[in-house]
Design a protein around this ligand. Structure first.
Ligand SMILES: NC(=O)c1ccc[n+]([C@@H]2O[C@H](COP(=O)([O-])OP(=O)(O)OC[C@H]3O[C@@H](n4cnc5c(N)ncnc54)[C@H](O)[C@@H]3O)[C@@H](O)[C@H]2O)c1
Length: 393
């Protein structure tokens, strides 16, 4: 890639984090040349902040404006069709969560990435807090032994005012997304730390009768608790994006010879412990400490999501420059989407265990290539083929 990387931002709500980071930290390598949003208030905000960039309300015109890369921060359940359109034009994709909202889309996304050779990464940010990176570093030393059990929690209780602000439209995805679907903040860090991928999932919800009417959503579920078996023989427990309290993120790796976890209520501190009968040389049985980034700590310090937003953009630019691989390639990204999709089927079918396809395998792609089941609706409220609420089986 010669010259600066030309970025387009699709969706000017969450998408503005990417634009701001590119301008504030990476202007030697990249620039934002175009925005696209069909909400005039969102587009006006972007134009005011980036007056020299082009502004579009139509994706097809936007994607033809001369882009090297696009950040997909449009609706949660509509990333895949736009990722495919971009990759078909040789444009690199950084997609917000979730990569795909049906199993058919997972297959199409993987096959498009393979066929076009276009670069793709999911923009999952929580794995890149200093604490989560330290958990990965320690796990990779091998001193903890094999991971047996891991937990990843993302709890985000919201007031009714916040919920209304987040889902302004009648058929907005946040009104329809079942509680298993927003999975990447809890599962992504565990995949990044251990390198292990889900192979099966079972799930159940907790339910607050009457909540749907109270908050104006389609479901009264408050969280979905998933148990995931991995290809490394471990079990991960993740509650996706739980709407119960207390607020925060928490991660734990429990291994044969030790464990490491973030401290509840202090996400910047980790607790590292080893079994005393197999204590590695130079280690103590237990310590609490506050890890620092190996570099760029100052720049990441004030960035959102525990510093993760900085690293998502930095790593994607380095990937485009050919200096590293993607944070979450198309296989890891679709594995997380598929886990969420299959977990919802588990909820709807008495917590039965469901396989998580491995989209690297042609047999798995063939098995799910026509699987279109979805809880989401179009702009007119049509198209859902699955219930959004765990009691609507
Ligand atoms: N990683 C994170 O920490 C994080 C945080 C917040 C949101 N997100 C993700 O970012 C995405 C966007 O979320 P949001 O909070 O900005 O809310 P949102 O989904 O309501 O906003 C999406 C924006 O995209 C625009 N848009 C959607 N479809 C369009 C189309 N076809 N043409 C033009 N514009 C279109 C909408 O007008 C809106 O402004 C979601 O996928 C969400 O999951 C991620």
């Amino acid at each position: 890639m010669s010259g600066k990387i030309r970025f387009g931002i699709f969706g000017c709500g969450r998408g503005m984090f990417a634009a701001d980071h590119i301008r504030d930290h990476f202007s030697d390598d990249a620039e934002v040349t175009a925005f696209c949003d069909r909400r005039p208030d969102q587009l006006d905000r972007a134009k005011a902040a980036f007056p020299t960039a082009m502004a579009f309300d139509d994706f097809d015109e936007f994607i033809d404006s001369g882009l090297d890369a696009v950040v997909l921060a449009n609706y949660f359940h509509q990333h895949e069709p736009y990722a495919v359109k971009a990759m078909e034009k040789g444009i690199a994709v950084l997609s917000e969560t979730t990569a795909a909202s049906t199993l058919r889309e997972c297959v199409e996304l993987v096959e498009t990435a393979e066929r076009t050779g276009a670069k793709y990464s999911l923009a999952e940010n929580y794995p890149f807090s200093a604490a989560c990176l330290e958990m990965k570093r320690v796990y990779e030393t091998g001193k903890l032994g094999k991971v047996m059990y891991a937990e990843g929690e993302y709890c985000h209780p919201s007031s009714i005012e916040e919920i209304r602000r987040l889902d302004p439209e009648t058929y907005h995805w946040r009104k329809y997304a079942p509680m298993t679907y927003y999975i990447t903040h809890s599962l992504g860090p565990l995949i990044n730390m251990t390198g292990q991928l889900p192979v099966s999932v079972t799930a159940r919800t907790c339910y607050d009768e009457g909540r749907a009417e109270k908050i104006g959503r389609r479901f009264s579920d408050v969280a979905a608790i998933m148990l995931i078996s991995t290809d490394g023989g471990a079990v991960f427990r993740v509650p996706a994006c739980a709407m119960f309290a207390p607020h925060g993120n928490w991660y734990r790796l429990s291994c044969i010879d030790g464990g490491i976890e973030t401290v509840r209520g202090d996400e910047t501190t980790v607790r590292l412990s080893y079994v005393p009968w197999n204590l590695p040389e130079g280690e103590v049985t237990e310590r609490f400490y506050r890890p620092e980034y190996a570099f760029d700590g100052e720049a990441a310090k004030d960035s959102g999501h525990g510093g993760g937003d900085y690293w998502v953009i930095r790593n994607f630019i380095e990937y485009l420059k050919g200096n590293q691989g993607p944070d979450f390639d198309v296989y890891k990204a679709t594995s997380m989407s598929a886990t969420a999709i299959q977990a919802w089927r588990s909820v709807l079918n008495g917590s039965a265990s469901y396989p998580v396809p491995d989209f690297r395998k042609k047999t798995d792609r063939d098995a799910y290539a026509c699987d279109n089941l979805t809880p989401f609706v179009d702009d007119e409220g049509r198209g859902a083929t699955l219930p959004q609420d765990s009691r609507m089986r």
